[in-house]
Design a protein around this ligand. Structure first.
Ligand code: 13P
Length: 257
């Protein structure tokens, strides 16, 4: 397997942070720090209210993504945002199945799968989050559980559609805890995810899927994680709220990409 077949992606997940008044200065600061070199796609997944202004600002080297999408087309679903609405304003990436949505909003694997299909229908790349709890890891259930999540999220996804998908391995025990998976642990699971994709879709398609690691990634640990053969980038929470830290992680990814 070779990284030349796929994109390095560093995606920030702001979660429910920031205010409109802070967004422009943050993006300007980040934009000024992000170099011109190619080799990595930099992306910020921000709360919905900030998306139009950030897209309108035309940050050339900075993609803007969403954090969630409705599983439905349109209609009486108060509070929901549809994939069509996102694509209509120029969104190209959207996180789905984040563990916080699974945990706090009871999101199921079949809902994640429906969201994936909604996004693909609109030409938006889903960033599909999977990852085990500490209890599952301790019981040696990581591979089985993550494998199941991947399979369920991609149910009915064709090989051509798979090319648009991004998988983010985010062990729940590493999210927001400061406890990062070791580079070996991240590679072991990301490699197993790619192997599962290879068995289902074949080598040509599986090698083109970007697989990200997420969970307390920071400038301190990014270069080791990103050096792993099946870790193609990162999904960054806390460190994406600081332009300096986020820009440094992007630089590491460019070196590895
Ligand atoms: P942290 O980087 O804050 O651990 O969050 C990771 C995450 O959940 C990204 O989606």
């Amino acid at each position: 397997m070779n990284k030349k077949y796929r994109k390095a992606i560093i995606a920030g997940n702001w979660k429910m942070n920031m205010l409109a008044s802070q967004v422009k200065s943050f993006a300007d600061a980040l934009y000024n720090k992000v170099g011109d070199e190619k080799g990595c796609e930099a992306l910020l997944c921000v709360p919905s209210p900030f998306i139009p202004a950030l897209i309108a600002a035309h940050y050339r080297r900075l993609g803007i993504g969403a954090q969630d999408v409705s599983e439905y087309d349109s209609g009486a679903y108060t509070g929901e945002v549809s994939a069509q609405m996102l694509s209509d304003i120029g969104v190209r990436y959207c996180i789905v199945g984040h563990s916080e949505r699974r945990q706090y909003h009871g999101e199921t694997d079949s809902q994640v799968n429906r969201k994936v299909h909604q996004l693909l229908k609109e030409g938006i790349s889903p960033i599909i989050c999977v990852g085990e709890s500490l209890e599952q890891r301790d019981k040696d259930l990581t591979m089985e559980y993550v494998g199941y999540q991947v399979k369920a999220a991609l149910w009915g996804v064709t090989p051509e559609q798979l090319r648009r998908c991004v998988i983010a391995y985010e062990p729940i025990w590493a999210i927001g805890t400061g406890r990062t998976a070791t580079a070996e642990q991240a590679q072991e699971v990301c490699g197993a995810i790619r192997e599962r994709l290879r068995r289902q879709y074949g080598a040509r398609f599986s090698r083109s899927v970007s697989i990200l690691y997420g969970g307390s990634m920071s400038p301190k640990n990014a270069s080791q994680l990103l050096a792993q053969p099946d870790v193609d980038g990162g999904l960054i929470g806390g460190a994406s709220l600081d332009p300096e830290s986020f820009a440094r992680i992007i630089e590491f990814a460019r070196l590895e990409g």
